[in-house]
Design a protein around this ligand. Structure first.
Ligand code: HEC
Length: 395
């Protein structure tokens, strides 16, 4: 048996993705839980002045009693649970996946010559620089701007700049995943560089018998609140590779911004709701943003691909054989592709007809061929679209 590299990569991809989803669920789940807990704390019944609030809850057949202290507890507990490895593993597995897919196969996934033709090394360097710059820029803003409203404006400005740059130099898909990776990096760095070090300092002062500096608690809370608003947008960006209607759009930078607006508004609604207040303007705003998004990306007949006669099936087969089958075949010949992507086979008549609807979707959004590597012409796109529109006839 021969172990080819593409096959090994496919397994690495699967295992990393599995790990990434598991740790991501654990992390975001814990993050949602603690934000909801914070928002539903009630004043302590025993009037303990050290306690900010307490909560009773019921889960899995048992009663729980949680209290949050303003600063130091009466005595340092012997075992203390920290929440950090979920975040670190989510980032490590996610970064490894990014390296494997978007750097390892940069010419397919990150670079689109129709957007900007650049060498692989440059694409890797620029995307890495943007990940670092995203965190450094955000962290600086947080430290310099004390007012949360002005910080929101500045942070949004940073997002718009990064979105504009990414969508104008990388493939739509690469740009979306990169903005997701930048956001995820900010979230994990908030944990690793601000929240956890602050907590370590708090514990140290308490152990030394001193009152912990409240700045660490405040900063930690601020960053964890920021993280909660980023969760919904980042999750959508992580699944965006399935939706070329989003990332392939001419105004995909605007799509990115609307995703952030909708996600943050919807999250804000839930945050308030957990503290017993419901502000329906928020989810309505979120839905309006999604509605605008849907209008923006609604398919319009593209004049470049319109007006073709319905071609004979043989002609469609010939186009697919030359433009698609290098990857979409039982035995792909394209380097780095081990098996037909997504199980889509375009090397025989029955399968070509089976995948007709999906093919149209991919061809009219120009998601396929990726980066148009096989140089599908506009006229050929028009023919494929006309053929599918006519019901994908077999003759
Ligand atoms: C360079 C290799 C390559 C070529 C050439 C190629 N594809 Fe793909 N195709 C892929 C990859 C990789 C994916 C999986 C993308 C992903 O991970 O979401 C894919 C996915 C698809 C899907 C499934 C999309 C989904 O997520 O449901 C369809 C349909 C498709 N391609 C059609 C085509 C058609 C039609 C052509 C020719 C016009 C074509 N492809 C050319 C690599 C290729």
């Amino acid at each position: 048996m021969e172990l080819d590299a593409a096959y090994v990569m496919e397994w690495a991809n699967l295992l990393l993705r599995w790990l990434h989803i598991i740790t991501g669920i654990a992390w975001i789940g814990a993050s949602f839980y603690f934000i909801a807990l914070d928002n539903s704390l009630e004043p302590p019944k025993d009037g303990n002045p050290l306690v900010r609030g307490e909560q009773w809850s019921l889960h899995g057949g048992g009663f729980y009693y949680k209290r949050k202290y303003k600063g130091a507890p009466e005595a340092m507990p012997t075992t203390l649970h920290w929440f950090k490895w979920e975040a670190y593993w989510t980032w490590m597995s996610g970064f490894a996946l990014f390296v494997l897919i978007y750097w390892g196969q940069a010419s397919t996934y990150l670079i689109d010559p129709q957007v900007l033709d650049m060498p692989v090394w440059l694409a890797i360097l620029v995307s890495l620089a943007m990940i670092v710059a995203g965190w450094v820029g955000y962290d600086r803003l947080c430290r310099r701007i004390p007012d949360e409203r002005r910080l929101l404006l500045a942070g949004s400005g940073l997002l718009v700049v990064l979105a504009l740059i990414a969508t104008h130099i990388f493939s739509g898909r690469g740009a979306f995943l990169l903005i997701g990776a930048i956001t995820g990096t900010i979230m994990v760095a908030n944990v690793a560089m601000v929240i956890i070090p602050g907590q370590k300092k708090m514990v140290k002062s308490i152990e030394a018998g001193e009152a912990p500096d409240p700045i660490h608690g405040q900063r930690g809370m601020q960053r964890s609140v920021h993280n909660t608003y980023l969760t919904l947008p980042v999750l959508l960006l992580m699944i965006s590779p399935h939706y070329p209607m989003l990332y392939q759009h001419r105004f995909n930078w605007l799509v990115l911004i609307l995703i952030f607006v909708a996600g943050a508004l919807i999250r804000q609604f839930f945050v308030l709701r957990h503290s017993g207040r419901s502000n329906w303007a928020l989810p309505v705003g979120g839905v309006v943003a999604l509605g605008l998004l849907a209008l923006l990306v609604a398919p319009r007949p593209d004049p470049r691909f319109a007006g073709a006669e319905v071609p004979a099936f043989e002609e469609v087969q010939a186009i697919m054989a030359s433009r698609c089958a290098a990857c979409h075949a039982a035995r792909p010949s394209f380097e780095g592709i081990a098996a037909a992507p997504k199980g889509v086979l375009l090397d025989n008549p029955a399968q070509i007809r089976r995948w007709a609807a999906a093919t149209r979707q991919q061809v009219q959004t120009e998601a396929m061929p990726p980066g148009n590597v096989t140089e599908l012409t506009d006229a050929e796109r028009a023919k494929i679209i006309a053929w599918v529109a006519a019901g994908a006839p077999a003759r």
